[in-house]
Design a protein around this ligand. Sequence first.
Ligand SMILES: [Zn+2]
Length: 436
Amino acid sequence: MTRLPRPISLLRDATLPDGTVVDVVLAGELVEAVVPAGTGRAPEGAAADATLDLAGHLLLTAPAEPHAHLDKALSWDAIRPPMGDLELAISSWRAYAATMTVDDVADRARRQLLAMLAQGTTSVRTHVDVLLGDAPTRGAEALVRVRDELRGLVDVEIVALASQDSPDADVEAVLDLGVDLVGGAPHLSRDPHRDLHRLLDLAERRGVGVDLHTDESLDGPDTLLELAARVAGWTTNVTAGHCVRLGSMPADRRDEVVAAVVASRIGVVANPITNLYLQGWEAPVATPRGLTAVRELLTAGARLAAGADNVRDPFNPLGRSDALETAMLLVTAGHLTIDEAWHAVSDGAREVMGLPRAGVVPGARAELLAVRASSLAEAVASAPADRVVLHGGRLVARSVVTRETAEPPRPHAAPRHAAERPALAPSTDRTLTETR
Ligand SMILES: [Zn+2]
């Protein structure tokens, strides 16, 4: 039986995205050296199980998830909501949220967080609703509990997601539980700019960062420029999620907003799977893509990340909250290169979240994902389940898949003519081929 978490001091024969094969020496939570394969040495006295053989694995910076909703995750089957747009999702969710308990939320959040960890995500920023009604902190209590339980395996940051109907006192009660940032969705408010400034005032008063759901519609309010103007010069972390409106506005206006975003150092988080699902229901012909202007943001030098957002809840019935899935959607729907897409869910996401540098670089934190693939394109295309996950230099998850594929049956009698032989000759005498 595998002992996890387990400190690791040497990774052998790992393939990097540029194709080189290396050994990686770790020292505590950090990468110490990256050397040619076969030349890495574990430190004297290191345990035998502190070396991992990663032959056949691609070694990457572990993904970070910059935009999750662990309080909502995996509720689809219990709610059975109608499919539809953001408004419909919100009403389905609110009806359910009124009935849920702290234990319900914690159970779903724990399951989802462990699934994300097994897929390689070692840092997660999750929103939690400031709930309406008499017990507004139920969701936050659950997520704080799960964050504390899984400390040491995965880092979790929590954002208090306030609606326009959440009184300041309720938002502060959620923050008082140990929630990290102020959030909200001003574009859904009756007075978006007023709600935006209320939330920013609150964050300033508390001295915490801000992560807002921003302009999550194709043609609704446009608050990003106002946000950029207000936070210019702030030293706390400021993140704008979704920014769907930015992807659909006229180019000259878009360029003005993008320039302000770059100048203010706001991090932008695109959430392709949820916004491809939620937006565009009213346009059955040439359905628009609910995506922010990812190319223009990158070209202008903005800090860009991408997240998986909702997973199997009224806001998105499907998905795995897997960074490889998010990267694939950025390529397919956002036309980023595979390298750009992977950056947005790993190093770029860490940057937007304000986390220390990680990856296969001396001095960086050993937040690492090894996935059974020979190239980044193969990894993003096939999202192999075989993965090895390190958090702070410790092995925290490992998945090994055994696949058996039957060989085509052999003909009972030899064909009469050579030309009738099957084109696909069995390559082995075994009846089953094992692939690992
Ligand atoms: Zn969200």
